[in-house]
Design a protein around this ligand. Structure first.
Ligand code: PEP
Length: 231
């Protein structure tokens, strides 16, 4: 099972260091085949060692250059980072990242051999329009993305479930993941208000290979309890 923590714009370098030392201690109890990923903010990336993989929440598709405010491959290499989140709905919505830009970013980091957690998810009005509407919306978010890439992980994160405390129902997750499984043969994560109370049911859902966690990942004890719930 895959457990990924997306800190978003939370935590500092100091609190990330403290977080990772607490988490790492708890991870000694994790099942050997559970994989844990941590996505700290860019200012807290570091040379951390432990039973987790550090990834980056975003980066610019360039080695380096004149891209004010961005970080590129050179900055990631400093910390040995080989994993990136691409397509998160907060970047699609707040930063207005288009599918074309997302596909360009994907192609760049694919060419560099990065492991890519590629995020997709529909807004509430699409969910309310029914399963066929959800299907076409999500498949459109695969436009320009090489779904045969061997280091691809897909995270299904319905926008209406992110940070709202309202997770999708296990039946909705099962139906959507079954549909996605037909389109893509890679690990499928669910994200959207996953917490200690619902994690057990979510990870037992068919076609769920792991979770991407925002709010509930911010406290290392809480995130550890979610990883260790089966251990
Ligand atoms: C996310 O945005 O990746 C996420 C899953 O957030 P939350 O867990 O807070 O809904």
């Amino acid at each position: 099972m895959i457990y990924a923590a997306n800190f978003k714009t939370n935590h500092t370098r100091r609190s990330t260091e403290q977080y990772l030392s607490v988490l790492n201690e708890r991870l000694s109890e994790k099942a050997p085949d559970d994989q844990v990923y941590i996505f700290p903010p860019a200012t807290a990336l570091g040379e951390y060692a432990g039973l987790f993989t550090q990834g980056v929440q975003n980066a610019y598709p360039a080695e380096k250059g004149a891209y004010t405010g961005e970080i590129g491959l050179e900055q990631l290499e400093e910390f040995g980072i080989r994993t990136i989140l691409i397509g998160h709905s907060e970047r699609r919505i707040f930063l207005h990242e288009s599918q074309e830009e997302i596909a360009r970013k994907f192609a760049f980091f694919r060419a560099k051999g990065f492991e890519i957690i590629y995020c997709i998810g529909e807004p509430l009005e699409v969910r309310e329009a029914g399963e066929e509407a959800v299907r076409s919306y999500l498949l459109a978010e695969f436009e320009g993305i090489d779904l045969s890439y061997e280091k691809l992980i897909v995270a299904y994160e319905p926008i209406w479930a992110i940070g709202t405390g309202r997770s999708a129902h296990p039946e909705e997750i099962a139906a959507t993941h079954a549909m996605l499984r037909k389109a893509v043969d890679v690990p499928l994560l669910y994200g959207g208000s996953v917490n200690p109370a619902n994690i057990a049911q979510i990870v037992e859902t068919d076609n769920v290979d792991g979770v991407l966690v925002g709010s509930a990942s911010l406290d290392p004890e809480v995130f550890a309890s979610m990883i260790l719930h089966r251990a």
